[in-house]
Design a protein. Structure first.
Length: 416
């Protein structure tokens, strides 16, 4: 039996109890080894409540939304729109019209790059940082090719922190959009997002926040942040893959042309002229991932019941402990030592290639990510081809950090 939200409210933070809600977190791998899942920045495991909601829709209610008048379609539409209300509350948007469902962060950023981007022209500047995920670089490069805009890159320092002064110097009346990551997936850096947004607004630029990594680790209030757009993926928030959210201030979404054309995004279609649907449907062409959207709601309910104060305290404890333990390994190099970090630790073990580290750890049951983490400019900056990355979540414990450390010791022994 999985824990109900009411039960969650009653218990204080208890990683072991949470773990029991995530069947994958209690499984074994490689003939009986306990799985130590430390690849949460890639995707989180899913609690039963999320899978149950998805399965219930697929098995009992697999209907399309907004179109049918029959019982199943009405129930699916209610659940789909309830998920929108839930996202709206979760990020404290001013109106549900500001919540657009996409298939992920990447799709949400591409939507803005195409739609908002179509309002930009020759010489208009877009500012990103050197620590962006490829999905917050390539859409802007494509836009620059299409519209003659200029992409500017705010630098980072050797700790993996944004150099704020250099960022501010880059802003001018030519800056139209700043698109920046809140929490870096390869360095763990938590960016000073309020200052980034204030700087951009001071020159009249709009701001898109890539909250892919931030969304599961901290409370997000888009009105307090005053960001213009914000993107995240459900699968990094204990929800299903193939679902994401684009938040956009209503005034911007109204002014932007549709991105994809098709069913559901129209009010009327004639060959002479097509009228578009109202927000947010103008940006939701075609049949979306209905079951996935519906299952995002229990994921939000789940984290909300635990609460971000408790989540942050737990993850910061794991971060501090993991950083100390890994620092105890002679020859291990940490990549990303910002003052403000989420529970993501990138490292190199001596001269051993990160892929070898990842494979050896895997044999010990420790799942991490090894590679460039879709942040090749970060790797280039630190002059490494790849890093090993351990990323922690609500079901991880100090015991998992100890297992990581023991597995790293194995790597050291093998490459002595
Ligand atoms: C910071 C950041 N931005 C964007 C993305 C892209 O997310 P998705 O693949 O879910 O679209 C990721 C995924 O790892 C990420 O970590």
């Amino acid at each position: 039996m999985s824990t109900t939200i009411e039960q969650m409210n009653r218990v204080s933070f208890d990683a072991d109890r949470i773990r029991a809600d995530f069947p994958a977190a209690t499984r074994t791998v490689h003939d009986g080894r306990r799985l130590v899942y430390l690849d949460n920045a890639a995707t989180t495991l899913k609690p039963r409540v999320v899978v149950d909601a998805l399965a219930e829709h697929m098995l009992l209610g697999a209907s399309n939304v907004h179109r049918g008048l029959h019982y199943l379609s009405e129930r699916a539409t209610e659940a789909y729109e309830a998920a929108r209300d839930s996202v709206c509350d979760f990020i404290h948007a001013a109106a549900r019209e500001e919540i657009v469902f996409t298939n992920g962060t990447t799709a949400a950023i591409n939507l803005v790059a195409h739609s908002f981007g179509s309002l930009l022209g020759e010489g208009d500047e877009i500012v990103v940082s050197q620590m962006e995920h490829h999905s917050n670089i390539v859409p802007w490069q494509l836009l620059c090719e299409r519209r003659g805009c200029v992409l500017r890159v705010a630098p980072i320092d050797k700790n993996g922190e944004l150099i704020l002064d250099a960022y501010r110097d880059m802003l001018s009346d030519r800056t139209r959009l700043v698109s920046m990551v809140y929490v870096s997936n390869s360095l763990g850096t938590v960016n000073p997002i309020e200052e980034i947004i204030a700087g951009a607004h001071a020159v009249g630029a709009k701001v898109l926040v890539d909250a892919a990594q931030a969304v599961a680790t901290r409370a997000i209030d888009v009105q307090a942040l005053d960001c213009d757009f914000l993107a995240f993926s459900a699968h990094k928030l204990f929800g299903p893959t193939g679902v994401g959210v684009l938040y956009g201030k209503q005034v911007h979404l109204e002014a932007m042309p549709p991105f994809l054309g098709g069913g559901d995004m129209i009010a009327s279609v004639r060959f002479e002229k097509t009228e578009y649907n109202r927000l947010p449907y103008k940006f939701e062409a075609g049949t979306g991932n209905i079951g996935g959207v519906i299952a995002l709601k229990p994921a939000i309910d789940y984290v909300s019941a635990i609460g971000f104060d408790a989540i942050q305290a737990h993850e910061q404890d794991l971060l501090t402990y993991a950083t100390d333990v890994l620092r105890g390994h002679e020859g291990l190099r940490l990549i990303g030592t910002a003052r403000e970090k989420a529970a993501i630790v990138s490292f190199l073990v001596g001269e051993v290639h990160a892929h070898d580290v990842g494979s050896i750890l895997d044999q010990e049951g420790v799942a991490i990510r090894a590679g460039h983490h879709c942040t090749q400019p970060v790797m280039e900056f630190f002059e490494v081809p790849a890093t090993a990355r351990a990323s922690f979540s609500i079901y991880n414990t100090r015991e998992d950090v100890d297992a990581l450390s023991l597995a790293v010791r194995k790597v050291e022994e093998l490459f002595e």
